[in-house]
Design a protein around this ligand. Structure first.
Ligand code: ZN
Length: 308
């Protein structure tokens, strides 16, 4: 190559370099300079603590609260206190779980959101505790008649007969006839759960009750969802509560877990062995089994599509 050729080439390269530096300098001065650097620490993507929402109000105007941990796309929901003061230990179990996640946030893996609705029937808890908010076992009434009446909401409706699966105005609780309400979702507490489901499209539900000592699958007319069986078996194996595929001790209509099954959401009912304590270690083992199952599970369906 001749020297004549080399000089213009060098000039062109040099001009391009100068131009590039000029353009870069222009953007540094005109684009970046006016920006204000963040003065606060940028929040970590997970373990931000719990998010509190009021998802509805009871007949007597008490809040139905939901607490969510994590921001993952797969949402698990744990519900206590469907049967209020009669099953007050299911409410305390839900609070114990919240305290546990507060201290051990890493238990909720990145792909998960965990919502706890500790007290779905707060008026009925108030009836046996005599105060609002969190309580301790020692303050619960021991009057058995009062406790049994505190199974229902303030309209006298059995909330677990008020959901939209084979709903009937009257239903059974053991050998007793109970009210299922004037229509499916006639009760504000059931409606609160319905709205929460339609807004959040959760992936699985656990309802804590007492005291039948078992983990029950759910279904509504169609067969049990395969994932419901997985969830039932995982919780049962870890906790030691016997797995029960079909509840056939008496006819139940309008149950919340069966309604969820009808809209293809896996749901189980965990019945503690007594009305007295939260049976913490075995329930924690059951909860951890589900967190592991869903923590390792791949996203499915439209959720996975929209996340891409
Ligand atoms: Zn119950």
């Amino acid at each position: 190559m001749s020297a004549l050729f080399r000089k213009p080439l060098f000039a062109i390269v040099l001009s391009l370099v100068v131009l590039a530096v000029g353009v870069f300098a222009f953007f540094v001065v005109h684009k970046q300079a006016p920006e204000i650097l963040p003065t606060k620490t940028i929040e970590a993507p997970k373990n931000l603590g719990r998010k509190h929402e009021v998802i509805g109000k009871s007949v007597e105007g008490r809040t139905v609260d939901a607490y969510t941990y994590g921001t993952g796309k797969t949402r698990l929901v744990f519900v206590g206190g469907m049967h209020g003061g009669y099953e007050w230990n299911s409410v305390l179990l839900a609070y114990a779980f919240m305290d546990y996640v507060d201290k051990n946030p890493a238990v909720v893996s990145d792909n998960l959101s965990v919502t706890v609705i500790p007290s779905l029937n707060p008026d009925a808890v108030y009836k046996v505790v005599g105060k609002e908010g969190r309580f301790v076992a020692a303050t619960v009434s021991t009057d058995t008649k009062l406790l049994a009446s505190a199974r229902f909401n303030a309209h006298g409706v059995d909330l677990n007969r008020n959901f939209n699966c084979n709903w009937k105005p009257t239903s059974m609780w053991q050998s007793k006839i109970v009210s299922g309400g004037s229509a499916a979702f006639s009760e504000p507490e059931a409606k609160a759960l319905q709205s929460f489901v339609s807004e959040n499209n959760p992936d699985a539900f656990v309802f804590w009750h007492s005291q039948a000592n078992g983990v029950y699958a759910s279904k509504c007319q169609k067969s049990i969802l395969p994932e419901t069986l997985d969830v039932m078996n995982a919780y049962s194996r870890a906790s030691g509560y016997p797995a029960v595929k079909t509840f056939d001790a008496y006819e139940t209509t309008g149950a919340a877990d069966d309604w969820l099954s009808s809209i293809n959401i896996p749901a189980i009912t965990v019945e503690l062995r007594t009305h007295k304590s939260i049976e913490w270690e075995r329930n924690l083992a059951g909860i951890k089994a589900l967190l592991l199952y869903y923590g390792q599970k791949k996203e499915k369906g439209p959720k996975a599509f929209y996340s891409k």
